[in-house]
Design a protein around this ligand. Structure first.
Ligand code: ARG
Length: 458
């Protein structure tokens, strides 16, 4: 018998019971549901709506139900439709009429919005913790390999030499922004809908401020219609997850490339690699690929929720029951991806010689040779032309800029002197990039300190 059986003459249909149920998904919210109900009951008693003994019986009954669920003793029944009804039915079974008074002045519409907001806040905090752990791993590797030089790329073509620490720190800044997005998502969730009831508020003297404070919400949602139908906070969480996953997919793409035999810049630890069932020599970066792949699903979760919310009239509509599955999935997936990436980064072996060998290829000094001429007074466009031609000479001879003699340089431009070798040395090229935020050793040291400062404040 459904909790609303009074109005109905026919029993429920097994198919629509199952089709309409959200219990398999929202049972993940049991702790939030129980916390919300306890706060509501306490407030009802404080306002004289129910007796204190009833509130006490409700609280004790709910604690028992929570213990049962956590011990795996609670029999979930899809006929209860959702976690709210499952808990309420069990409560009435346990404590009788007191339990039947719990839903006074409340609707599942404000109840589910409350539970989901509590859940979203909790997940934001969990994700922030995982975000920090990955940033710690990246900074640890940046410090451990501070001076290692590798080719920086644009268009995936060798461009200019950069420090590995600089490259790794780029990801910590992406993650620092992801952290900010999680803070914003948590702030969006941090408002109480409880007391909005079905859509219009109630005739009972509810104290919304009291339940909000009790549940740790920093404010009350000012409009009851908005309170029961707003899911922006879940969109914010899903968006934060999507962007962060996208960042991880970029890092993982580099991990895949770097661990290939063509690059050989890193070797992943065995525990973050897999073998092949047929090719005995294989060591595959499966987990980096998997994270790259999971990003698609997380972005899908965001899009699904956006489309679900589109064109919904006020106030609650059953469409909104579709809100939780994707958001729960997005948060869990991102959390796993953050944990996995942190493990991969922490345990990877960096191969500085391979990075350096590649940095010697591809005329990475070309810009600096042009700058050398420009600093001697040649307009930069002309210098660019001269060095372009020098590269062509190298191409034809099959050598690098460092293999040319001073006479070769002078043949292209009289301004070249013996000190040109300084412009060809990788260390000097990197060190010369003193711009704030640039790859020069000194600038990166400042940047690392900044990254640590932001990390410590987060
Ligand atoms: N299971 C529902 C959900 O997740 C709870 C709210 C149901 N409210 C209603 N009026 N049918 O959205």
């Amino acid at each position: 018998m459904a909790l609303w059986s009074g109005r109905f003459t026919e029993g429920a249909d097994a198919f629509t019971q199952r089709f309409g149920a959200s219990l398999p998904v929202d049972k993940a919210l049991y702790a939030q549901d129980i916390a919300g109900s306890k706060a509501h009951a306490r407030m009802l008693a404080a306002q004289g709506v129910i007796a204190q003994e009833d509130a006490d019986a409700i609280a004790a009954g709910l604690d028992g139900i929570k213990a049962d669920i956590e011990a795996g003793r609670f029999a979930f029944d899809v006929n209860d439709e959702d976690i709210h009804m499952a808990v309420e039915r069990a409560l009435i079974e346990r404590v009788g009429d007191a339990g039947a008074r719990l839903h006074t002045g409340r609707s599942r519409n404000d109840q589910v919005a409350t539970d989901t907001r509590l859940f979203a806040k909790q997940r934001c905090s969990d994700l922030m913790r995982a975000n920090l752990a990955l940033r710690r791993a990246l900074m640890m590797q940046a410090e451990a390999h501070f001076d290692v030089i590798l080719p920086g790329c644009t268009h995936l073509q060798h461009a200019q030499p950069v420090l590995l620490s600089h490259h790794l720190l780029a990801y910590t800044w992406m993650l620092a922004r992801d952290f900010e997005r999680l803070v914003a998502a948590r702030r969006a969730a941090d408002a109480s809908p409880l007391g909005a009831a079905a859509l219009a508020g109630t005739t009972y003297p509810l104290d919304r401020q009291m339940t909000a404070a009790d549940l740790g919400f920093s404010r009350v949602i000012p409009n009851s219609l908005d309170a029961v139908s707003d899911r922006d906070f879940l969109l914010d969480l899903s968006y934060a997850c999507s962007v962060s996953c996208m960042h991880l997919s970029r890092l993982c793409e580099e991990i895949v490339l770097w661990s290939s035999s063509e690059f050989g810049f890193i070797e992943l630890s065995d525990s973050f690699s897999t073998g092949s069932s047929i090719m005995p020599q294989k060591k595959n970066p499966d987990f980096a690929e998997l994270i790259r792949g999971k990003t698609g699903r997380v972005v899908g979760d965001l899009v699904a929720l956006l489309v679900t919310c589109k064109a919904l009239p006020l106030a609650y509509n059953k469409d909104l029951q579709e809100d939780k599955e994707g958001a729960i999935d997005a948060a869990r997936t991102l959390e796993d991806c953050l944990v996995c990436t942190a493990g991969m980064v922490e345990t990877m072996r960096v191969v500085p010689e391979a990075m350096r060998a590649q940095a010697k290829k591809g005329y990475l000094a070309a810009t600096d040779v042009a700058d050398y001429l420009a600093k001697k007074g040649l307009p930069f466009r002309r210098a660019h032309e001269v060095v372009g031609h020098l590269v062509l000479v190298c191409e034809q001879r099959g050598c690098g800029l460092g293999d040319l003699s001073l006479a070769d340089f002078k043949a292209e431009c009289e301004l070249f002197e013996a000190d040109i070798t300084g412009a060809l040395d990788l260390e000097s090229i990197v060190a010369a990039r003193t711009t704030e935020g640039g790859t020069g050793h000194a600038a990166v040291r400042v940047q690392l300190a900044q990254a640590k400062e932001v990390f410590a404040a987060d």
